[in-house]
Design a protein around this ligand. Sequence first.
Ligand code: OSB
Ligand code: MG
Length: 370
Amino acid sequence: MKIEAITLRELEMPLAHFFETSFGRTYTRRILLLTLHGEGLEGWGECVAGENPFYSEEYVDGAWDVITRYLAPMLLGKIVERGTEVPGLLARVREHPMAKAALENAVWDAEAQARDIPLWKLLGGTRREIASGVSIGIQDSHEQLLEKIETELAAGYQRIKVKVKPGWDVDVLEKIRARWPAIVLSCDANSAYTFADTGHLRTFDRFNLLMIEQPLWSDDFYFHARLQKQLQTALCLDEAIRTARDAEAAIELGACRILNIKVGRVGGFSEARAVHDVAQRASIPVWCGGMLESGIGRSHNVALSTLPNFTLPGDVSASKRYWKEDIIEPEVEVSPQGTIAVGDRPGRGYELRPELIHKLTVRQQTLKCS
Ligand code: OSB
Ligand code: MG
């Protein structure tokens, strides 16, 4: 399609419950949505950058700036038929993967509609239902965390992941294991430790965790590889993996035994598929991470998770865990068995709620071909 216009919207969406990681607490998400318009089609993408540059260097205002100033003009007026063409068109801009992913994924979203096939099939998905887990943030008290875990287990989720940081780790894991000795449990440190904490991290081995996610620096493979050698528990990289090359290097070094794929972090569906393929060839299982997405990003995560090597439960969970009302219809729902089903509807498989999107929008800008 010829890309005639691109609309950016910022939505203010309060979370049903605050979300806290080792780098901070979020009460309200600033959701950045992008719409491509062309030849009567609309493709939607979500830029998953945080409110602040704490998970990675990207943040909402920075992404808005680089999209409006550089990235959108690289696509406006062009004829783009496939999502796979987009990385090449945006390659002159270094980094900014989440900003690029919003554009690329919107092209995939439109392409699936144009071809009248489900997005998950277009991406190469092979499974009709995906396994769902939850990521539970740091709470005000241990009791509050245990209550949350109880609720999510009762809802059927297949894996519990808790956020950890120095001072909120072994005591917490101890209490969880005392109550639920056999659940599938993992933890995510979002880079809160250093290599000097190796001795401390080794004590996590007694909790029989499925994995420890990104314990060390956000850009590191080398020390993760050294740490992995000293642990029984599998390491999983999140922040450090931004490209398929990163995945190859990390796997070859032995820096992890599992990979988390976030489509925004790696710059779009093309690179996400490439990371998936690298991991698959090396027999490294992957799962789909989340960034507290609205329904657009969430529906895209569901589609990506249908690829064959997404064999572990991901962080893609029900809309209602995050939002009083999501901007899609139906919302993303999870079965009592902890699965999310995909259907045969063309495109992303979830309709938009334009009035709700309008109501939540606090900033909007449309760019057109000059
Ligand atoms: O590290 O996976 C992470 C949320 C924001 C930033 C980083 C992370 C997360 C999550 C939440 O763990 C996943 C979700 O429920 O969307
Ligand atoms: Mg993580």
